[in-house]
Design a protein around this ligand. Structure first.
Ligand SMILES: [Mg+2]
Length: 171
């Protein structure tokens, strides 16, 4: 089985700079994302989200708030995301689950025994995502307006597209 691993903020929904999506009303899906997910569904056995959410560790939101946000996200995308993994811990806790560490990828492999990370792809909008994908042995796809990531560490990036939809249309 091959999986598509997706970062959340900046890939599926609008990133809130220096803030978090703390409640469903703050979740704004990016244009073309629903269409992209429907296309991507044909190419991957699993679609998984992997997201760092240290707003929980900071006490700015609760796990129940995140659950409500993810329920809305699933609803907006037609309930076709197989699973959403998140790390609530603070960056300074150096959790193995927090990207760029690969705990969430290894958890997915435990949850889906047929999953082959080597045939899977990580799509994200940050260096952290590209490093996570590389360390887990996946292919990496950078989306969004992140030429700085690309210029500084191009060896972490296998492919690059302006949006998730353009990546989906390229397959
Ligand atoms: Mg992101």
């Amino acid at each position: 089985m091959k999986a598509l691993f997706l970062d959340r903020d900046g890939v599926l929904n609008v990133l809130r700079p220096n803030d978090y999506v703390k409640c469903p009303d703050e979740l704004e899906i990016l244009p073309g994302v629903k269409e992209a997910i429907i296309l991507l569904r044909r190419h991957y056995d699993l679609i998984l989200i992997v997201t760092n959410q240290q707003g929980i560790g900071k006490g700015l939101m609760t796990e129940a708030d995140l659950t409500a946000v993810h329920a809305k996200l699933q609803e907006c995308l037609g309930n076709i995301i197989d699973r959403i993994y998140y790390c609530p811990e603070l960056e300074r806790a150096h959790s193995f689950r927090r990207k760029p560490n690969i705990g969430m990828a290894l958890q997915a492999r435990r949850d889906y025994p047929g999953l082959r990370l080597k045939e899977s792809v990580m799509v994200g909008d940050s260096m952290t995502d590209m490093l996570f994908g590389r360390r887990a042995g996946m292919q990496t796809v950078l989306v969004g307006d992140n030429s700085d990531v690309w210029q500084r560490q191009p060896y972490l990036v296998d492919r690059r597209y302006p949006t998730l939809l353009e990546y989906a249309q390229s397959l």
